[in-house]
Design a protein around this ligand. Structure first.
Ligand SMILES: *[C@@H]1O[C@H](CO)[C@@H](O)[C@H](O)[C@H]1NC(C)=O
Ligand SMILES: *[C@@H]1O[C@H](CO)[C@@H](O)[C@H](O)[C@H]1NC(C)=O
Ligand SMILES: *[C@@H]1O[C@H](CO)[C@@H](O)[C@H](O)[C@H]1NC(C)=O
Ligand SMILES: *[C@@H]1O[C@H](CO)[C@@H](O)[C@H](O)[C@H]1NC(C)=O
Ligand SMILES: *[C@@H]1O[C@H](CO)[C@@H](O)[C@H](O)[C@H]1NC(C)=O
Ligand SMILES: *[C@@H]1O[C@H](CO)[C@@H](O)[C@H](O)[C@H]1NC(C)=O
Length: 403
């Protein structure tokens, strides 16, 4: 009953979207030649923006694209912490994906169709399309709970924080305090006052679907793709989500055969991430100066330098407050301590000491093109894997020290 209901709504929404917005989805293909790591650089000059900047009144829009377990939450904080001038949304597509998942399978055809429109509206501070995907559907634009509300400082600001009705959970829903239901009309009004808008997503599987956003004159959008060593991603998913269960058992020496399904998922992850980056780096006209690729490991090693580059790319001013926040939350002193900053970089290399070597070998076999493409080194022995003095990063930035 519930499923049918969900599906019915989803189809209505999609039909409506297709009818009202008959955009042609251009499927871009590549010819197999891709720029090397030397092109993995920000484009500091914001030159194509003149007209666009006028049309958007100087408002900047940034979409952080990542896969799960790539450090995207922490990198999102680099922008969320701007607070006053920033509207930051964390994984709003969670609702859409949930509704378009049937029998445990995401209908990617459907998500590909609706994501661009939902994102576009959210960048314009309009929550109405998203509301269609929220279950139960908000009444009068009021939401008792908003997915990970506490992660968005703009959804917890004074003006949208109504008094809590009653405390029904131990953890406050807005950081240190509790807020009542979220009035999306008010959230939208607050968002409209914000100079810049950043959305973080881990659910976009095909980058090319976002072309209409880049070409939309009401947006001045940039795409920041965050990548991480696939071996680290898989290890982190095993630990945090209990994924690739079979692969894990096999790695730990249990008497189970390798499960094709697990291997397929590993491959899909690697290919998806690499394809997006290949598209971005191939610089099609619609992405001109609107794409930046950044490796999580580089942010972990040079947080201030990388933050400055990401800000420069985004066109959002890098304020002194932001600089001190980054300095504080990434400084070596806070590493390893149980500070509030649990998402710092102390664990960036942890997988090298937890992932069985034979699992590393399997991932390397499946993901070889991806590992090489992003400039990570292939591990050839268990000694090399466990020796933390051996860097697995092809280093283009060795001359840079901590700022
Ligand atoms: C592939 O496409 C790029 C950009 O479109 C072009 O510069 C390059 O020469 C092409 N390579 C081959 C092998 O066709
Ligand atoms: C917000 O933007 C204004 C204008 O650009 C600037 O003067 C102000 O310092 C910014 N506020 C913060 C908290 O960064
Ligand atoms: C996925 O969504 C598309 C578009 O709404 C629909 O045509 C297709 O039948 C759906 N596929 C499945 C397996 O539900
Ligand atoms: C918000 O988007 C909906 C369509 O999803 C549209 O009907 C409505 O007019 C938009 N609201 C504003 C204020 O633009
Ligand atoms: C939500 O906020 C809007 C705009 O401030 C207001 O008009 C509306 O009455 C509020 N809704 C509720 C249920 O309080
Ligand atoms: C630095 O971060 C710690 C928590 O990680 C916090 O308690 C402290 O107030 C911060 N200091 C500044 C200057 O922001």
């Amino acid at each position: 009953m519930k499923f049918k209901y969900k599906r019915a709504i989803a189809f209505l929404v999609i039909l409506f979207l297709i009818k009202s917005n008959p955009q042609s989805h251009v499927y871009l293909t590549h010819n197999g030649s891709f720029p090397s790591l030397s092109k993995m650089k920000a484009h500091p000059e914001n030159d194509d923006g003149e007209d666009r900047a006028v049309m958007t009144n100087g408002k900047k829009h940034l979409l952080i694209l990542a896969a799960t377990r790539t450090g995207s939450s922490f990198v999102g904080e680099f922008f969320n912490q701007q607070r006053d001038n920033m509207s930051y949304l964390y994984e709003p597509l969670w609702y859409v994906e949930r509704m378009l998942t049937v029998d445990g399978r995401i209908n990617v055809t459907a998500t590909d169709m609706v994501y661009p429109d939902v994102l576009r509206e959210l960048f314009l501070c309009n929550f109405s399309l998203l509301e269609n995907f929220i279950q139960p559907r908000p009444v009068d634009h009021i939401m008792k709970r908003f997915f990970r509300r506490h992660v968005s400082s703009s959804l917890c600001e004074e003006s949208v924080c109504s008094p809590p009705i009653r405390r029904d959970s131990k953890t406050p829903n807005c950081g240190t305090r509790d807020c009542g239901p979220l009035n999306l009309t008010m959230a939208s009004e607050l968002c409209l006052q914000k100079k810049h808008r950043v959305i973080k997503v881990v659910r976009v599987y095909h980058f090319h679907i976002l072309q209409p956003l880049a070409e939309d004159p009401s947006l001045d959008i940039k795409f920041l793709q965050l990548v991480r060593d696939p071996r680290a991603i898989i290890a982190s998913r095993m630990e945090a989500f209990g994924r690739y269960e079979n692969l894990k058992k096999w790695g730990n020496g249990e008497d189970v055969p390798l499960d094709e399904n697990d291997l397929k998922k590993v491959k899909t992850t690697c290919e998806t991430v690499r394809r997006s980056a290949e598209l971005g780096l191939s610089q099609p006209p619609w992405l001109h100066r609107r794409y930046m690729l950044v490796r999580y490991e580089d942010i972990a090693r040079f947080p201030m330098k990388k933050a400055a580059e990401m800000y420069q790319f985004s066109g959002i001013p890098f304020t002194p407050e932001m600089k001190s926040w980054i300095l504080n939350s990434t400084s070596k002193e806070t590493w390893g301590s149980y500070s509030t900053q649990k998402r710092s970089f102390e664990h960036v290399d942890k997988w090298r000491f937890t992932l069985p070597f034979k699992v590393v070998q399997v991932i390397q076999r499946i993901c070889l093109p991806t590992i090489k493409f992003f400039g990570y080194k292939i591990v050839t022995s268990e000694e090399m894997l466990r020796n933390k003095f051996v860097s697995l990063i092809v280093d283009k930035d060795s001359s840079i020290s901590w700022t």
